[in-house]
Design a protein around this ligand. Structure first.
Ligand code: PAF
Length: 279
C-alpha cells in the first residue's frame, strides 16, 4: 500500500498502477467497521482502491468539534493495508487548501434542511473537499456511508453540478451490537454514554411500527418525548422526510421513500442516525 501525502504523489501512484476502474473512499480517519465495509466494497468493485484520510477544516462550523475530532493516522494506515486498500491519501491542510477555498456551492433544498440548517456552512465545506478529491483522484466510483444520509444527497447534487463525473455508491449503516450506528465520534463517548447512546437506534426502530398507525406529527412528537427525561440528551432535530428531496412530509402517503433523520447531543457529543420507514 502506498501512502501519498501530496496530490502529485497520489496522481503518480494512480497513473503507475494503470488501473481503469478507480474506487475512492473519502474519510476523515479514526476508521471503524463502517469505513472498512466501504473499503471492502470499493476493493471488490474496482481495479484499485484509494482511501483519503483528511479531517477537513472547512466543514466544521464549531472549532471545538474540529479540535476534538479523533485522529489515529497510524492505526488507520494499518487497518487499510489489512483490508486491501492500494493507496491511502493523507494530505496536510496546506496541501488541500494552499489558499482559502472561496467557492460557494448552490446545493438547493437537499442542503438547506436538517444538518444544513443546524450547521451553517457544513455542506459547502463537504462539497469543497469532496470536489477537490474527485478532481485529484478522478475516480470511477466513490463510496459513502448512509449514516450521513443527507450528505449523500448533497454530494450527488454537487457531483451533478460538476458534470456527473463519478458514480456515487451509498452503503448501508454498520451498527454496534447495541444498535448504535458506528461513528468515529463514538470513541469520544464515555462507556456509560455509549450504553445510553444505544437508545437512539432503539427508539427509531420502534417508531417504524407507527407507520399508518400514528400520524407523522405524532410519530415525531413520540420520538422527541423519549429523550426528554434525560438531561444528557439534547435534540437538534428529528425530521421525517422524503428520501430523495429530503423535504418534510406530513402524511405517510406523501411518498414511497420515507426516512427519519435524527441529530442529538449526548453530553458534548453530537450523534446522527436515520431509519427508513418506507422504501
Ligand atoms: O463523511 C465524512 O467523513 C466526511 O464528511 C467526508 C465525506 C470524508 C468529507 O470530508
Amino acid at each position: 500500500m502506498i501512502i501519498a501525502k501530496t496530490i502529485t504523489e497520489l496522481q503518480n501512484a494512480i497513473e503507475a498502477n494503470g488501473a481503469s476502474q478507480v474506487g475512492l473512499v473519502p474519510t476523515m480517519g479514526a476508521l471503524h467497521e463502517g469505513h472498512i465495509s466501504l473499503v471492502r466494497r470499493c476493493v471488490s468493485e474496482n481495479d484499485i482502491c484509494v482511501v483519503s484520510v483528511f479531517v477537513n477544516p472547512t466543514q466544521f462550523n464549531d472549532k471545538g468539534d474540529l479540535e476534538r475530532y479523533p485522529r489515529t493516522p497510524e492505526a488507520d494506515a494499518a487497518l487499510l493495508e489489512q483490508n486491501g486498500c492500494n493507496i491511502v491519501f493523507m494530505p496536510s491542510v496546506e496541501e488541500m487548501y494552499p489558499e482559502p477555498d472561496t467557492r460557494v456551492f448552490e446545493l438547493g433544498g437537499v442542503a438547506a434542511v436538517m444538518e444544513g440548517a443546524f450547521r451553517p456552512g457544513h455542506f459547502n465545506g463537504v462539497a469543497q473537499i469532496v470536489s477537490k478529491l474527485f478532481y485529484a483522484v478522478k475516480p470511477t466510483r466513490a463510496y459513502f456511508g448512509e449514516k450521513d444520509f443527507q450528505q449523500i444527497a448533497v454530494i450527488k447534487e454537487m457531483n451533478r453540478q460538476i458534470g456527473g463525473i463519478v458514480e456515487i455508491v451509498p452503503c448501508p449503516i454498520v451498527r454496534e451490537e447495541s444498535g448504535l450506528a458506528k461513528s468515529s465520534r463514538n470513541t469520544l463517548l464515555t462507556e456509560a454514554q455509549r450504553v445510553k447512546a444505544a437508545k437512539i437506534s432503539r427508539v427509531l426502530k420502534e417508531s417504524v411500527n407507527f407507520v399508518g398507525v400514528k400520524s407523522v406529527k405524532e410519530t415525531i412528537e413520540w420520538v422527541e418525548e423519549q429523550f426528554k427525561d434525560d438531561s444528557e440528551f439534547r435534540m437538534d432535530y428529528y425530521s421525517i422526510v422524503d428520501g430523495d428531496s429530503l423535504q418534510d412530509i406530513s402524511d405517510w402517503g406523501d411518498s414511497n421513500y420515507i426516512v427519519g433523520c435524527i441529530a442529538i447531543y449526548l453530553g458534548k457529543i453530537r450523534l446522527i442516525d436515520n431509519i427508513k420507514y418506507k422504501k
